[in-house]
Write a protein that binds this ligand. Structure first.
Ligand code: FDA
Length: 393
């Protein structure tokens, strides 16, 4: 181990690796460390093992942050096309799954191998199972006290990510360092996470576990039209994960279970053309049967259409087109894909990710208060913010 590095990067995930590669390419002596034995675990498990590594439709509106414009500069410095070029250079086959989401055809391990190859070629010294006990500002840099020695560096980069999935290495290290240096942290909370429910609604979700629909889920001004899945704990699926990043505790969400159909109109037409049709059978034409039955039971609306008043049809239609429910919480960091909140962007340069009042100290990736939508946006932020810092450290 050297006693002095140009750059020490703590956290060898997506952002840390990208930063190390760029700094190494510039001839900087880089020590990239991680406390885990296995690095980049989130890349490995991402996208169901195929890594949704970016999205063709990246734009700043796809990110949550107290300052939504903060991410623009980094995303411009290192674009989606830049990362695609890197993937192509390594002959990794990929495809667009839907909505601009790019996945490896084969395995997310190819992305990890690509980054490790690039890091090796750039002369990065990577060390796993390296724990940081303390960080001290010293003249011209920082001393990093670890179980492998206490080297000094000119630039120190914190790339330790957010709090989700603690069992594969997530820690609150980044927020603690921010606190130590007097930086504001936007309160972290779980994002892209299933929502949980209590009481009768939970029982309904359990009974419907495994049923999925293409729904439109709304919270305040946010609307996501994607899959929704009933689970043993509540609701999941892309539309629910997306809305969870915006949802605030105690607030309701609204769900349209059949967004393309005006259910009241549909039922009235059915009542006219086929009054003997059972309500559940009518609903089953546009919803999975188990869900249709559950809604009829819940609304006590089980007769033939001809026996039901238009008011009753309207109530039932609302339960489908405008289902208004109160989540009790989320599944938390155990299953969340991301952490919303983090280092306040006001503390950082949007060009370089350097802390404005602590020259030489940088934060990159998910630890910052920049959180992408589901669909490859979070990795693109990790690549772009890592690159932005890597170009100046
Ligand atoms: P990341 O979490 O990748 O890396 C942080 C590193 O720091 C880890 O290696 C960790 O061990 C290390 N570390 C933490 N504390 C430390 C300490 N105290 N000392 C030393 N090292 C420490 N995004 C996307 O765009 N497309 C996708 O398909 C998916 N899929 C997905 C699935 C699942 C299950 C999860 C949990 C997440 C995703 N994501 C995703 C989100 C994406 O994985 C995430 O946003 C990026 O990995 C963030 O990159 P970072 O480098 O900032 O943190």
């Amino acid at each position: 181990m050297f006693r002095r590095y140009d750059v020490i990067i703590i956290g060898a995930g997506a952002a840390g690796l990208m930063c190390a590669i760029e700094a190494g390419k510039r001839g900087r002596r880089v020590w990239l460390i991680d406390h885990m034995a296995k690095i980049a675990e989130k890349i490995r498990i991402s996208g169901g093992g195929r890594c949704n590594f970016t999205n063709l439709h990246v734009q700043h509106q796809c990110y949550l942050s107290q300052n939504q414009h903060f991410c623009k500069s980094a995303l411009k410095q290192y674009t989606v096309q830049d990362f695609i070029s890197l993937v192509r250079k390594h002959s990794i086959a990929f495809h667009e799954k839907k909505m601009g989401q790019l996945f490896c055809d084969d395995s997310s391990k190819q992305i990890i191998n690509m980054l490790l190859t690039e890091a090796r070629q750039a002369g990065v010294k990577l060390e796993t199972q390296t724990c940081v006990f303390d960080i001290e500002a010293v003249t011209g840099g920082y001393r990093v006290k670890t179980n492998k020695g206490d080297p000094i560096c000119t630039s120190l980069v914190i790339a330790t990510g957010g709090l989700s999935i603690p069992k594969i290495g997530a820690s609150n290290f980044g927020y603690e360092i921010a606190k130590k240096f007097g930086l504001n942290v936007i309160k972290p909370r779980a994002g892209l996470v299933p929502l949980t429910f209590g009481g009768a609604l939970l029982e309904r979700c359990k009974a419907l576990s495994g049923v999925s629909v293409e729904a439109k889920v709304c919270y305040q001004k946010q609307v996501f039209a994607e899959g929704l899945l009933f689970t043993h704990r509540g609701l999941s699926g892309p539309s629910i994960l997306q809305i969870s990043s915006y949802w605030q505790e105690g607030e309701p969400i609204r769900i349209n279970l059949v967004p393309e159909i005006d259910v009241f109109k549909f039922l009235k037409e059915k009542k006219q053309s086929n009054p003997k049709l059972h309500m559940c059978n009518a609903l089953s034409e546009i919803l999975p049967r188990r869900l249709a039955q559950s809604i009829c039971d819940e609304q006590a609306c089980n007769g033939v259409l001809g026996s039901l008043s238009d008011n009753k049809l309207a109530v039932l239609a609302r339960a489908v087109n405008d289902w208004y429910i109160h989540p009790t919480g989320t599944e938390g960091y155990r299953t969340a894909e991301v952490t919303v909140g983090g280092i306040d962007t006001q503390e950082l340069s949007s060009q370089t990710m350097e802390v404005k009042k602590n020259p030489g100290l940088f934060f990159i990736g998910e630890v910052i208060d920049v959180t992408g939508h589901l669909g490859g946006f979070n990795f693109q932020w990790a690549w772009s913010s890592g690159y932005a810092a890597g170009g100046v450290v």
